[in-house]
Design a protein around this ligand. Structure first.
Ligand code: PMP
Length: 348
């Protein structure tokens, strides 16, 4: 979802942005009007996430999936060693990609229990010689999340925050690199945000493609080539919406209320249950199951008739999954909870 006020604002400016007679989609990425958009977008993000000055914000393309390669290509020094935490399907993909470029060690995994929990990461587990440690802060498919950022000492921590960036307060200074595909909490697909500590820029291997090198985009203010201009404009509007709402602290409060509504319903239910361990629960993606796959199918199709969309769990896990990203209003969760109760009452 995108916030409705954002879509309406974009609609009102769609054909004539700031009296230019052009749509943002038609502006040159080197025009004054677009320069203002990208600079404001970065500034809003810096304020929202309280990004320290020694970090660069990059607006790139290729999705989080491309970062699975960019991260090792930029951070593997002479050692070419990294420690990864395997907490789900997306972590696995990141690991598989990094293995092409160096020595990857999986220091903790919850695969033994279908990724239903987040393993504890102790500093002693980390190879002090590693170029970086990689975690996925929110596991979109499995519905788990790290509740604290692990302490990796002097080894830079890299986080895939695709599905929980901007949803709760995060101390950026504890991380070396943060990356996220925009399409959950930032804006439309096509844009990827990378936040990288300056000392980690300029170390890319010689074979790193120019488009994957953080230095390329850092040196040129994300304008080395044509960036996804409309997606950046939409992200700017989303950041403005979030600031107006009260920033990330306020957003986090609302997100926790939404997640609690849904988890309370699941816990009180005699029909539905959660596969996720209580202290590893995500507040963005909430999976739940009924006692049978047939009942799950009925639930999803009847929910759709009520206008409750996209509740099917990922094909690798089955059951249901409610993705309640920032733009999902509390009323949306209330409708889902009411529908779950009705469904339960008529399936005793
Ligand atoms: N990591 C996580 C945690 C994700 O949720 C996703 C997308 N669902 C990806 C990576 C892949 O993102 P993209 O489609 O932007 O490549």
């Amino acid at each position: 979802m995108l916030p409705l006020p954002v879509l309406e604002k974009a609609q009102s400016e769609l054909t004539n942005y700031k009296e230019s007679g052009m749509s943002v989609m038609e502006l040159s990425h080197r025009s004054a009007l677009f320069t203002e958009i990208i600079e404001e977008a970065e500034q809003h993000l810096r304020e929202l996430m309280e990004i320290p000055d020694n970090y660069k914000v990059l607006f790139v393309q290729g999705g989080a999936s491309q970062q699975f390669a960019s991260v090792p290509l930029n951070l593997f020094g002479e050692k070419g060693k990294a420690d990864y935490v395997n907490t789900g399907s997306w972590s696995k993909k990141a690991i598989k990609e990094a293995e092409k470029y160096g020595d990857v060690r999986v220091i903790a995994s919850s695969e033994d229990a279908n990724f239903t929990y987040i393993p504890k990461i102790e500093k002693s587990m980390i190879d002090p010689e590693a170029d970086y440690v990689h975690i996925t802060t929110n596991n979109t498919i499995e519905g788990t999340a790290f509740h604290e950022i692990p302490d990796t000492g002097d080894v830079p921590l890299v986080a895939d925050m695709s599905s929980n960036i901007l949803s709760e307060r995060m101390d950026v200074s504890k991380l070396g690199v943060i990356y996220a595909g925009a399409q959950k909490n930032i804006g439309p697909a096509g844009l990827t945000v990378v936040i990288v500590r300056e000392d980690l820029i300029g170390k890319a291997s010689k074979s790193c493609p120019v488009m994957l090198d953080y230095k390329t985009h850092s040196d040129k203010g994300s304008l080395y080539n044509t960036p996804p201009t409309f997606a950046i404009y939409m992200a700017k509007l989303v950041f403005e919406w979030l600031k107006e709402l009260g920033g990330i602290a306020e957003m986090e409060k609302i997100n926790r209320e939404k997640a609690a509504l849904l988890y309370n319903q699941i816990e009180a239910s005699r029909l539905f249950s959660s596969p996720v361990e209580k202290d590893s629960r995500s507040i963005m993606n909430i999976p739940f199951v009924s006692p049978s796959a047939d009942l799950d199918v009925d639930f999803i199709s009847q929910a759709k008739e009520q206008g409750l969309e996209t509740l099917k769990g990922h094909r690798s896990v089955g059951g249901m999954r409610a993705s309640i990203y920032n733009a999902m209003p509390k009323e949306g969760v209330q409708s889902l909870v009411a529908f779950m109760q009705n469904f339960e009452d008529s399936n005793q």
